[in-house]
Design a protein around this ligand. Sequence first.
Ligand SMILES: C[S@@+](CC[C@H](N)C(=O)[O-])C[C@H]1O[C@@H](n2cnc3c(N)ncnc32)[C@H](O)[C@@H]1O
Length: 126
Amino acid sequence: MASRPFAAIDSVVTWLDEKFHLNGKTVCDLGCGPGLYTERYAQLGALVCGLDFSTNSIEYAKLSAVEKDLSVSYAVANYLTDPLPQDQDLVTMIYCDLCPLSPAQRQILLGKVRASLNHDGLFALQ
Ligand SMILES: C[S@@+](CC[C@H](N)C(=O)[O-])C[C@H]1O[C@@H](n2cnc3c(N)ncnc32)[C@H](O)[C@@H]1O
């Protein structure tokens, strides 16, 4: 319920892959939920980590990745207060999650994302 239909997810991931060529890239998905995007990034050859502050979601995502034999690193973390992984080629934040943040929270988040990105890394919001 807190994500888009699979067809929409597939279309977003296809667009991201066309734009950013995910194979071999380091990609971090903020607020990854149950891993609907992270798994697709991994299937396209990205080196993926997913962060979410929901323990249930991360436990589900970890199990799902094992069942599908996908290599995805997951962590329970609050992207506003916890350290983000470094040296990322791409950071994604999907499902309008920037919108409910206050201006101060947005500034914190954008600073943290910037610090987590490689020199030519990109932040994709969708
Ligand atoms: C609307 S859901 C979208 C999930 C996923 N991006 C998707 O589209 O399938 C938002 C997710 O962000 C997580 N989230 C919200 N605020 C967060 C925060 N400050 N730190 C980490 N995760 C957060 C929630 O637990 C939830 O899984």
